[in-house]
Design a protein around this ligand. Structure first.
Ligand code: NAP
Length: 299
């Protein structure tokens, strides 16, 4: 339980509602900032105006998936008020407080480092990344279906990268009957893909494996689907790039060659905001609880 702990939830989209719900369920004292247009009434929750004074007693500050922009502005889907996180806000937090977000921009990282406040980027945690790979793979399938005139069953699919997202993507495609090649960079990934009945190859040989591909899913966050690779692909192929912006595809060359290439970031929040919110809420509440327990034991 989070009894006796104070949590500030600042801005966000539908995912934050799951976080509000979870914190309230676990008996935290919850303060909401940037939720003035929210009709949903949560019991025992205080809507407040963001100020350094009100942040002084917080044990945790929860920001949206993308914490702030490069100027410190926080996305607020449920408010028309512009919220900006400044030095004064972070400086006011107690030293044990934790700031949570999905993925931070340099602005937020610098601010937290400056005031020695721990910043937790949820999307980089293994458990969150693995859970998030489920809505990501489902979203990628949705895009594949919308952009092809063949079934995925029986099609020739390729997944580049065999990490947390790539493995789930490959297994999902295999599960609905696609023929799946997996581009890897390590012998242990090669062995695992082989064990799963997938067709692994090393991405150093990517060019020679793309000749017959219908759907190419990329999870490698660096330029991998180069002009040379695209030149070897059939015109019917569709590239779905899941890697974080700017992706790993030469989009300009794909367009020139008439190959459809789609950059598809943020799929969990788009296709399954409730599940995505729950994944974040579960992980955050576990971390806040463990931290409170550690501090209690140290007292
Ligand atoms: P990850 O677990 O680190 O997986 C990436 C994998 O790519 C790693 O296993 C890495 O190998 C491998 N890799 C790197 N360079 C390679 C190369 N040249 N050839 C073959 N493999 C290579 O990361 P993740 O959690 O799966 O996330 C992957 C990307 O997807 C990230 O950019 C993430 O932000 C993004 N993402 C997007 C969505 C969405 O909605 N579109 C959702 C979740 C994540 P090593 O282990 O050797 O580094």
């Amino acid at each position: 339980m989070l009894t006796g702990l104070q949590v500030a939830i600042i801005g966000g989209d539908a995912r934050q509602l799951e976080v509000v719900h979870k914190c309230s369920e676990l008996d935290a004292t919850v303060f909401l900032f940037g939720f003035d247009n929210l009709s949903n009434q949560f019991s025992g929750i205080t809507k407040a105006e963001l100020s350094p004074e009100v942040l002084q007693g917080m044990d945790a500050v929860i920001l949206p998936a993308v914490g702030t922009d490069d100027e410190g502005q926080v996305e607020t889907l449920f408010s028309s008020v512009v919220l900006k996180l400044t030095d004064e806000h972070i400086a006011a937090l107690p030293k044990h407080a934790k700031v949570f977000t999905g993925m931070a921009k340099p602005y937020l990282r610098k601010l937290c480092t400056k005031y020695s406040i721990e910043l937790i980027e949820l999307f980089s945690l293994d458990d969150v990344a693995i859970y998030n790979s489920i809505p990501t793979a489902e979203g990628a399938l949705m895009i594949a279906i919308q952009n092809t005139d063949i079934t995925i069953h029986g099609s020739s699919c390729m997944v580049l990268g065999f990490g947390r997202t790539g493995l789930t993507m490959a297994r999902t495609l295999q599960g609905i009957g696609a023929r799946v090649q997996v581009g890897v960079n390590r012998p242990e990934y090669y062995a695992r893909a082989h064990e799963m009945g997938l067709n692994p190859f090393y991405t150093s040989k990517l060019m020679s494996h793309v000749r017959d591909v219908d759907l190419l899913f990329n999870t490698i966050p660096s330029m991998i689907i180069t002009a040379q690779v695209i030149a070897h692909m059939p015109h019917r192929a569709v590239i779905i790039d899941l890697a974080s912006k700017p992706g790993g595809t030469d989009f300009r060359f794909a367009e020139k060659r008439g190959i459809k290439a789609i950059l598809a970031p943020g799929l969990p929040g788009i296709v399954a905001p409730k599940t995505a919110g729950r994944i974040m809420a579960d992980s955050m509440s576990r971390i806040i609880m463990e931290d409170a327990r550690t501090r209690r034991n140290a007292e």
